[in-house]
Design a protein around this ligand. Sequence first.
Ligand code: ADE
Length: 250
Amino acid sequence: MRVDILTLFPEMLSGPFSSSILKRAQERGLLEINLVNIRDFSTNKHHTVDDAPYGGGAGMVMGPEPLFGAVEYVSRELGFMPGVVLMSPQGRPFSQALAANLSREKNLIIICGHYEGIDERVRDTLVTDEVSIGDYVLTGGELPAAVLVDAVARLIPGVLGEAASAEEESFTTGLLEYPHYTRPREYRGLEVPEVLLSGHHEEIRKWRRRQSLLRTLERRPELLHQAELSREDKKILGEIRDLLTGLNLS
Ligand code: ADE
């Protein structure tokens, strides 16, 4: 996958892509990240990219020329127009499902917004998808772009070492993950649950599933409505409900 990230602050993005898994993905040719400086496409002599809003008001608006210039430059280089994602708090909420959809694309252009906003004509004509990473406002779209690329890239086949590690985790299964433990068996008096030391694979599988269900029920109960639950899962949830009723907590 090739991702062209259009930004006024490329230096904010070079860090996240130059270590760990994303670095290795690029070295192995699975991912190509191009940081495109929007300012390079400014058409005025001071290389400005923003202007006061028509109609008045505070703040500055990123004008259309440099953004059209940058997107058209990338699409000319590619020979076609890929999907153009705008990072903005007004976008649709980012999710694991959206990351999975985007991971199937060969190319993406991501626009990192700044200032008070971008000229609406960019949205109307260039942007195919506007995405928010959460209901809070950041200083710009660079960190959100890094979040999106990280979540998408790790779903590209071959990027993670073991195929299973992306499939079993939180949100892919619709449930939160069960707790993990490693050596030592006892740390400062804290013991690893006995069942995990038993070597009994079926018991371990059941324990983990129960923990996933418990954790989801406790922390994110709304996820249970969407999750694919087996008969065994429903039985476990029924047992938990009976336990709670027995304790007279409800
Ligand atoms: N730009 C500023 N805040 C943002 C957010 N929450 N998501 C995406 N882009 C943003």
